[in-house]
Design a protein around this ligand. Structure first.
Ligand code: G6P
Length: 371
């Protein structure tokens, strides 16, 4: 068993380290002759051009990957995207037809709610694309088309490497749609694909900061509440960071859109509460960066202890960061592939400090095959 875990105490720790490879392998074969190709799907460009609405349905971490898909797909394609928990989707009677693309994201491909969402979408004549990490699972079998994440089997119950691979796959879908619709020039698609290809190296760089992240986590291991703040693509990252901490360490953890701080969460801030902030790149939209800075200042002034994840060289955050975790620079849409990683390491270390089995958190199952 130790060999299977590659010398690690837990599968999850091994899977966190496999993330650069998972992203790289998910990209293999998807760019050829100046075009993004979703080779496992059977739709023509003509069919992709007919799509006028996208729904992303998923559960758990896969849902958070789906939230990120919305930022990229809408930005690149100008097609409206809705992201929905699979368990809510079909009971709501969503508006679906032939020109709707439903993207079902599932690591296992067996999650009951996501499978039922796929069936509902097909009943309504929508086209269904599965993004899945498990060859031949039920969801890809029932979908019209499949894009496989290729990160190898994920054993740890809490998703890590599948999450990064799902973000990667979502972005491929966005680029393929943009290209088919002609809203992005081939050189623009090439530039985006190039960014994706650079990510494995940058993820590997983030992994080098693991000892620092673990040291911070040890300091916070006995907290009863941890809050996470992010904005734009940092918001789903905050949700994912909080979910990891809940799942693994059984700590009350909540992620918030930082713009909502004044609408409630700030009432939770008292002396000593840890707040983890995912800072946007200062080279992206400056206005978002400055808004996050004032959010950190607001929580710090009320006694919060801040752990800030920021792009390296972003010295503006230093005065407000009790702890600063630096990640390499990346364009805004790609930052989640980096900023999520310290949050995974943080949650795993807190849980291990508390003596928990991070591969098999209590009450949770790797795939939830009942509704
Ligand atoms: C369970 C797992 C999560 C996973 C979720 C969705 O809750 O513990 O890690 O994100 O199911 O699973 P799926 O296989 O559909 O991605």
């Amino acid at each position: 068993a130790a060999a299977e875990k590659g010398g690690h105490e837990f599968f999850m720790l091994k899977e966190i380290e496999e993330q650069p490879a998972g992203v790289a392998d998910t990209l293999i074969g998807h760019y050829a002759d100046g075009q993004v190709v979703l080779d496992e799907q059977r739709w023509s460009d003509q069919e992709l051009r007919e799509i006028d609405k996208v729904f992303v349905v998923a559960c758990g971490s896969s849902y958070h990957a789906g939230l990120l898909a919305k930022y990229a797909i809408e930005h690149w394609t100008r097609i409206p995207v809705e992201v929905e928990l699979a368990s809510e989707f079909r009971y709501r009677d969503p508006v679906l037809d032939r020109s709707t693309l439903v993207v079902a994201i599932s690591q296992s491909g067996e999650t009951a709610d996501t499978l039922e969402a796929v069936r509902h979408a097909k009943d309504q004549k929508a086209r269904v694309l599965a993004i899945c990490n498990t060859n031949g699972a039920q969801i890809p079998r029932e979908a019209d088309a499949v894009l496989y994440t290729r990160t190898g089997p994920e054993i740890g119950v809490a998703s890590t490497k599948a999450f990064l691979a799902q973000i990667t796959a979502n972005y491929l879908v966005g680029l393929a749609l943009a290209q088919a619709r002609g809203v992005k020039y081939p050189d623009e698609v090439a530039a985006e694909f190039n960014h994706l290809e650079l990510m494995p190296k940058l993820v590997a760089k983030v992994l080098e900061s693991a000892p620092q992240v673990r040291a911070i986590a040890r300091e916070f291991a006995h907290q009863s509440t941890v809050l996470f703040l992010g904005r734009h693509v940092g918001y789903p990252v905050a949700l994912e960071g909080a979910l990891k901490l809940k799942e693994l360490a059984y700590i009350h953890a909540e992620g918030f859109a930082s713009g909502e701080l004044k609408h409630g969460p700030i009432a939770l801030i008292e002396e000593g509460v840890p707040v983890i902030v995912v800072m946007p790149s200062p080279k992206g939209r400056a206005v978002l960066h400055s808004k996050l800075l004032s959010n950190i200042r607001e929580v710090q002034a009320r006694g919060a202890r801040t752990i800030v994840i920021a792009e390296e060289g972003d010295d503006t955050v230093r005065p407000f960061a009790d702890h600063l975790i630096e990640i390499p620079a990346a364009p805004t849409l790609y930052q989640p592939l980096l900023s999520t990683v310290p949050l995974q390491i943080f949650a795993a270390e807190v849980a291990m400090q508390r003596g928990y089995d991070i591969d098999k958190p209590r009450n949770l199952a790797k795939s939830v095959t009942v509704e």
